[in-house]
Design a protein around this ligand. Structure first.
Ligand SMILES: NC(=O)c1ccc[n+]([C@@H]2O[C@H](COP(=O)([O-])OP(=O)(O)OC[C@H]3O[C@@H](n4cnc5c(N)ncnc54)[C@H](O)[C@@H]3O)[C@@H](O)[C@H]2O)c1
Length: 443
């Protein structure tokens, strides 16, 4: 098989498919990425992935290339894993990269091929792509027969290897107007997880596309729900963390994803809910998803709230104040800074005139690329040195485990905003800290 697009999703998928015993060729247009992967280096942080990459490359089952001719000759099954970012100036998904893959691949194919889409795409995309590949194959005149099917991906960054090798579900959407080999092929590819009891869902193409975006819309809504309640808690003296514990024991609700705080970010949730709204608009059913606009707005407001809280704690003026921001990645165990709440807060504080010092255990290089004007510290201690306010913005274990007494020796003022509600506020207050948090009246 080939895996086309070797970013967070694709590199993981390629290595894990080789781990499952398949002969895999990873394809990307970024020569630097392919060079790194070919040298056995994962160009991003994902726990466990370097080991799988090393093992599978040594076994000879995994290689990488930038050459589409090689890809066309290597396999008859092609996973499509390129990015589908938000379009500039619009909420809609940008399908340029998806189209580019098929435009480069299909004219080179001969015989029967199956393309399994893993990228997150708006509902209706696969049907359009089938028309596109039919036209491309006819034009090329090599007699190729290419089927488009969709196999959405649910992996979580930070747990990507486990989620790919032992997924919690496998979803395959296939065409229903012509014969399809997608289910049979997918069952063969995923034989090991299926043998281990992973649920397998076979469905039509629009349902498979919608499963993915609905799942993300639900998760985003759950986070924004608790963050909306958090705003009410702030206005009333209630404690959102106690509230979440108490409503979360109801198994119809569940405690997961009720962590009130700085909200969601990353390369998926924000752009996926926006693309979902945009697609609903194109379909004439925009009212069905107008609530997602509110989900997005609640999420953005949490970032503004943390900036406001920092301003309040510096006596109303941020200009020249030394603020330490702990975290730049959008979540722990990842170096992904796409739409990162932590980096967004750090950037806003800096633009408001604060002198910001950022530290993240893994995301420093990515953060510096996106936001070069921020101050980046070489260690957590260096970032804390002389701070007048500390903002815990990404809940890395290293930050959760900070010792309040030792940390207090480094800063100028013992003032911390626990923007992820992960610290033991009593322990910090016992060391003389002023602790502020979202959705809790602590002081
Ligand atoms: N990252 C995740 O956790 C995750 C989880 C589930 C679904 N997804 C979805 O997977 C898709 C990819 O996400 P990602 O986070 O891996 O993005 P990414 O930006 O990390 O990777 C995309 C890769 O595609 C490559 N690419 C672009 N055009 C190409 C082309 N024409 N041919 C070959 N390669 C090309 C890029 O160079 C890049 O390496 C998106 O649709 C995303 O929504 C991501």
């Amino acid at each position: 098989m080939t895996v086309i697009g070797t970013g967070y999703l694709g590199a993981t998928h390629a290595a894990c498919m080789a781990e499952l015993g398949h002969d895999v060729l990873g394809v990307d247009v970024d020569p630097a990425k392919i060079e790194a992967l070919s040298d056995g280096r994962v160009p991003f942080f994902e726990p466990g992935l370097p080991e799988v990459l090393e093992r599978t490359m040594e076994s000879g089952r995994l290689r990488f290339t930038t050459d589409y001719a090689e890809a066309a000759g290597h396999a008859t099954v092609h996973f499509l894993a390129v990015g589908t970012p938000q379009q500039r100036g619009s909420y809609a998904a940008d399908l340029t990269y998806v189209h580019a893959v098929l435009d480069d691949l299909v004219p080179r194919l001969e015989g029967r091929h199956l393309v399994l889409g893993k990228s997150t795409v708006p509902v209706g995309t696969a049907v359009e792509l089938q028309e596109r590949v039919d036209a491309l194959a006819a034009e090329a005149g090599r007699g190729a027969e290419v089927e488009i099917a969709w196999n959405p991906e649910f992996l979580r960054e930070g747990y990507a290897v486990k989620d790919t090798i032992t997924p919690d579900r496998i979803v395959v959407g296939h065409r229903t107007d012509r014969p399809s080999t997608a289910v049979e092929t997918a069952r063969e590819i995923y034989a090991r997880p299926l043998d281990e009891g992973t649920p397998f869902f076979e469905m039509n193409l629009p349902t498979a596309e919608l499963v993915k975006v609905s799942a993300n819309a639900f998760l985003a809504t759950k986070i924004s729900f608790i963050n909306a309640v958090s705003e009410i808690c702030e206005a009333t003296g209630a404690d959102v963390t106690r509230l979440a514990d108490a409503i979360g024991v109801d198994d119809r609700i569940g405690r997961k994803f009720l962590g009130a705080g700085l909200g969601f970010g990353g390369g998926c949730l924000p752009k996926d809910i926006r693309a979902f709204m945009a697609r609903a608009g194109e379909l004439g059913v925009d009212q069905a998803l107008t609530f997602l606009r509110e989900v997005d707005a609640i999420n953005q407001r949490r970032r503004e709230r943390v900036v406001e809280l920092t301003r309040e704690l510096t006596g109303g003026r941020l200009i020249g104040r030394r603020v330490c921001v702990l975290g730049a990645a959008f979540k722990p165990n990842s170096d992904d800074v796409r739409d990162s709440p932590a980096l967004n807060v750090a950037g806003s504080l800096s633009l408001a005139g604060a002198s910001v010092s950022v530290y993240d255990p893994q995301a420093m290089a990515n953060a510096a690329r996106v936001f070069p004007t921020l101050g980046y510290a070489g260690s957590v201690e260096e970032a804390l040195q002389g701070a007048e306010v500390v903002v815990l913005a990404t809940e890395w274990r290293q930050f959760r485990d900070l010792d309040p007494a030792a940390t207090g020796e480094l800063v100028d003022e013992r003032v911390i905003i626990d923007a992820r509600n992960v610290l033991d506020a009593d322990a910090w207050r016992a060391e003389g800290w002023t602790v502020a948090a979202l959705g809790r009246a602590l002081n």
